[in-house]
Design a protein around this ligand. Sequence first.
Ligand code: XMP
Length: 513
Amino acid sequence: MLTSEKIIILDFGSQYTQLIARKVRECGVYAEIYPFSINPEKLKELQPKGIILSGGPSSVYADDAPIPSFDVFGIGVPVLGICYGLQLLAYTKGGAVDRAARREFGRAELLIDSHDDLFKDLPSATNVWMSHGDALTEPPKGFTVIGHSDNSPICAVRSADRKIFGVQFHPEVHHTPLGNKILGNFVRTICKCREVWNAESFIESTIKIIREKVANDGVLLALSGGVDSTVAAVLLHKAIGEKLHCVHIDSGVMRTDESKTVVDLFNQSFNISVELVDGTDLFLERLKDIEDPEQKRKIIGKTFIDLFEESAKKYKDIKWLAQGTLYPDVIESLSVKGPSATIKSHHNVGGLPDKMNLKIIEPFRELFKDEVREVGRQLGVPDWFVKRHPFPGPGLAIRILGEVSKQRLEILRKADDIYLEEIRNARLYDEIWQAFTVLLPVSSVGVMGDERTYENVCALRAVTSTDGMTADWYTFPPEVLAKISNRIINEVRGINRVVYDITSKPPGTIEWE
Ligand code: XMP
């Protein structure tokens, strides 16, 4: 991103590292995450106005503790160490640490001893979230204690030149209600960053970058119907107009009228033409008799590529493929954590760029989902669309457990329509990250009227999440669930039992396959 007002976050493996970046960006200041193992030359090249050290699960005294190979406190810009970052500060600068300290996990009351800078405009006591093992018993030489709690005599410290700070608690999490203010004080007051990061400035600078990069080449974009590819298309169209070629493939495993909604939106609201490819028959033919989830995903991915490649042949000027990759995917590949096991092979148009000799353009590589939504709003994408729940590339095929058939697709579509309609009627749609129905390969006995039935079981799934990486099952008001169940059983032929999924992620995943 082209901004000189930048904060760099060094990741020491905390589950909250992404949250730090999001919270700093909410303050209007651009933040990027790098692994703690970044080399010092690269770090200096980035010209940060400040550095934040994340927390992490290790003790700095462990053999394999993540310790940078250089003095991160000596780069010459202000540094804030959070939790593990504070331990690292003590380790580097020589404070005393109680390694046998009682683990502290949960809410604590921070009592502020100095309101000068980091805690400017905060009350003298405020709730904070603690999650640590080792604890400081003596600040490093030249450091002053600026906050304590009943349990921890040293909760926050500051260097004599007021450039290095450390906090034992997590200002980035929701359970530290004034955490935004603390991070805001660090980035604005201490690092002196101006608030220049917002959706408008992103759009303006990205359009410039796209124009320079692409020049007169054509760009191909696979429009999935999701928020990311839709907003990417509108942004690219603004940047390069008719040089953008959008293709939408109807895989036949979409929800009711999904493809029509997407194409209509582009034609009517944006005057962008979209080539619609109907792949229903081919997808269903290739999915016939397939029950294994990974095989389904692979077949769908390959079929997308085959059809996409076929239709792309028409556009002779294409040199680029645009993708809606988001920042969390990028961070995953940079993370200090080892490569995680493949739980599911996520489908996108991977494989295509090499095959067709295309270069990749990813305008949202640096954005979080909620930022893409804001960019979408600024570009005039209607609110109802921007707020749509994520929908997976393999569509309903991974929500029909067992074999996918036209008949089962029809059953699931009807149940899904009712489910989402009732969620919208109850005004709960925006509270939920994702809600959908799953058709199980299980029949159960029921009684309707005076007759015995033996039909399918349908599961309802609804979760809250901030990025899809972790999720909690959603607590519906019981009367809403009752109405949904009642309507599905009465109105959808083929379903006689409805169950609700109460599994969080982890250990479950959001989708069932
Ligand atoms: P899981 O099921 O892995 O899903 O917890 C996390 C998020 O990713 C979505 N998802 C996909 N999105 N292609 C996509 O574009 C896929 O193959 C895919 N699989 C899962 C899922 O809906 C959830 O939002």
